[in-house]
Write a protein that binds this ligand. Structure first.
Ligand code: PGA
Ligand code: ZN
Length: 431
């Protein structure tokens, strides 16, 4: 008897910022059922699939998701009922065809993704498998985390321009040890901020500190100090990643670094980033330039990609055709993978596959607006992407994923291998 979809039900829930998003429950023909929750970004890329919002100013300032839920409960549920639940690719293709638009704006990428993930999880329940096994592309492995310690930009009241200052704890024997080191460094960063007399803006959107620092450079210096103060070797055990999120301070062809007192051209921005990879243990730069500055991205890649991970988030928006164009044009060497930027699980897998075939790395990522759903921990493990970015070590929507990774390591016995960033992303030695 084929396993088929019996029913779907969606409803509006709140994300970690108190904004509406969706939960979808899928029930299968054998009675197995499961729920998935959909995340939501704030510093979104222009080329993302459309998250459908109600636009009714009387509810949640127009951000309600009742229309998206309604689409699941009527049109999508009718078409999905009786379909093979085991064939994720066919189901997702059906959802895409039903929507009928290039950007999923008719039914909403939030509606489609909720269905796609809920069905996958229900199948894992039906098979009595951990989710990562159901999703597996062949060689599952636990990812190395890229963990937010300091926030700026749109996630922390634009105190400084760069959005994320993260650590990559790669030089440890297990995921659990890497996480323990992170908690120590997070604490040390908090003490350093207080000791320096900076105003601590509480917890930022992704659970890191959002201090009123004087500049982006000051944030990099503070993070390096926090690693050293915690007793770890910068570069050998713990390295730094930044998410510049440059599209969000790009205006009229220039990068406006107000906190640094300068406004830079694309080339000057590349030079600044290059300098900071020499002065600080920075091994990964995400969205270092504006999302449509293709020439700039080529220059950035030429100058830095042999030693540094150059990550496209808003630049690629988890979109196969943008990634293909980037590969052909020699832009970046890594793709950030956010399921709701594209809207279905199969398209997400497609991007991971394309990256792998072309020697690009992949980092599975959460959004700044998250839920208690731990799906991403299993997804990152299943794809063998090797890296995950899900925010800091506070706020339970972040911990849901970290705690699931601890479970996969301890209870399911999955192996973790720290990544050797000392050889650079393309295997060449860092100078
Ligand atoms: P977002 O931010 O979820 O607000 O888009 C995350 C990121 O830019 O990586
Ligand atoms: Zn980003």
């Amino acid at each position: 008897m084929p396993l088929t979809i019996y029913s779907l039900h969606a409803w509006e829930i709140l994300d970690s910022r108190g904004r509406p998003t969706l939960a979808v429950e899928a029930t299968l023909s054998d009675g197995a059922s499961a729920t998935a929750q959909v995340p939501s970004g704030a510093s979104t890329g222009t080329h993302e699939a459309v998250e459908l919002r109600d636009g009714d100013p009387k509810r949640y300032g127009g951000k309600g998701t009742l229309r998206a839920a309604g689409h699941v409960n009527t049109e999508i549920a009718r078409v999905a009922a009786g379909r093979n639940a085991d064939d994720q690719a066919a189901l997702d293709a059906e959802l895409i065809a039903l929507d009928g638009t290039a950007d999923k704006s008719r039914l909403g990428a939030n509606a489609l993704l909720g269905v796609s993930c809920a069905v996958a999880r229900a199948v894992s329940h039906s098979r009595r498998q951990p989710l990562y096994q159901t999703l597996s592309l062949g060689s599952p492995r636990l990812p190395v985390p890229m963990i937010n310690i300091l926030s700026g930009g749109l996630h922390a009241g634009a105190n400084i321009e760069f959005q994320d200052f993260l650590i990559i704890p790669h030089g440890f024997d297990s995921f659990a040890e890497a996480l323990e080191a992170t908690v120590k460094i997070h604490g040390a960063a908090g003490s350093l901020i207080r000791r320096a007399g900076h105003v601590l803006n509480g917890v930022a959107d992704e659970g890191g500190w959002g201090p009123l620092l004087s500049s982006n450079q000051a944030a990099l210096a503070l993070l390096t100090d926090a690693i050293v103060e915690s007793g770890f070797q910068p570069g050998a055990q713990v390295s730094i990643a930044i998410d510049v999120a440059a599209s969000h301070f790009y205006e009229d062809g220039r990068y406006r670094l107000t906190s640094e007192g300068r406004s830079l051209t694309s080339e000057e921005m590349v030079d600044l980033l290059a300098r900071w990879t020499r002065e600080f243990p920075v091994v990964s730069i995400e969205d270092g330039l504006f999302e449509d500055d293709w020439d700039g991205w080529r220059v950035l890649t030429e100058k830095l990609a042999d030693k540094t991970q150059i990550v496209g988030d808003d630049f690629f928006t988890t979109n196969e055709s943008r990634l293909r164009r980037g590969i052909e044009a020699g832009c970046a060497n890594t793709v950030l993978v956010k399921m709701n930027q594209i809207g279905t699980l199969s398209e997400t897998f497609g991007v991971c596959r394309l990256a792998k075939e072309n020697g690009y790395a992949a980092v599975v990522s959460a959004r700044s607006g998250e839920t208690e759903d731990s799906f991403l921990a299993d997804l990152a493990t299943a794809t063998g992407a090797g890296q995950i970015k899900i925010g800091s070590i506070t706020r339970s929507e972040r911990l849901a994923k970290y705690n699931r990774l601890l479970e996969l390591e301890s209870r399911h016995g999955l192996a973790w291998q720290g990544r050797d960033f000392s050889t650079g992303i393309l295997g060449r030695r860092r100078g």
